[in-house]
Design a protein around this ligand. Sequence first.
Ligand code: PAF
Length: 283
Amino acid sequence: MLVATTKKELVDALRHLTSIGLVPTMGALHQGHASLVKAAREENDTVVASIFVNPLQFQDLGDCDDYRNYPRQLDQDVELLNEAGVDIVFAPSVEEMYPGGLPLVWARTGSIGSKLEGESRPGHFDGVATVVAKLFNLVRPDRAYFGQKDAQQVAVIRRLVADLDFPVEIRPVPIIRGADGLAESSRNQRLSSIDREHALVLPEVLHDLDHRAKSGEPLRIEDARARLANSEGVTLDHLEIVDPATLEPLGVDGVLKTPALVVAAIFVGPVRLIDNIELHPHI
Ligand code: PAF
């Protein structure tokens, strides 16, 4: 396995390769990332994974504790990627990625990036789309793999690819959950065991909505919101039922008639957790 730390090393290594799968990450890797690599490994001759904590997608362009405290564990991550069968790891510094300082020209994600997660994190998805566009230009992958846990990120990247004509196929990979049901996330490292117990109400509420949709019962979104809002140790950020492609609110509360996505975010202590589930109507 090659570890490239400059764009030139990366581009030189990729020059004659065909069928490239890209797994973009910010490191602090877990089983969710391993499943992205596995999917990429199955479909491509060459698998490239990037590890880059992108300041653009954090509050104040990285001048914040969330960015400074983001777990950085390159050696451990490289080992996991090597074991998972990655061919090339791209792990640039901030200076390598943004040599002239932070970029002047960005990918702007408009309404799809400013709702839901984007409401709590203004500019976040512009930062994601900009760095992903750079990675697409550097790696030129045939396919790129993103966790379905970040459902809005997947929707934003799909629009980036469609609107700017990137010749890459976007492959969302299903959420990986712990034995207790909590979705895998780098942020889980920051939960105490009692926080983790409190957080479990999130997958439980989503599971209950899935059950209601499948059995043709009214969804009762307000009850689901109230359960999260009143749950010990939890502050509700949002729970919405939206169109899976556009993320526009569906306003459905009764029996589900079309496929839908439920997206939710809660705070458990200082940690913001997100999760989602695709709902399919009872047939
Ligand atoms: O999902 C992430 O880890 C990041 O948002 C991504 C896609 C690697 C861009 O920095």
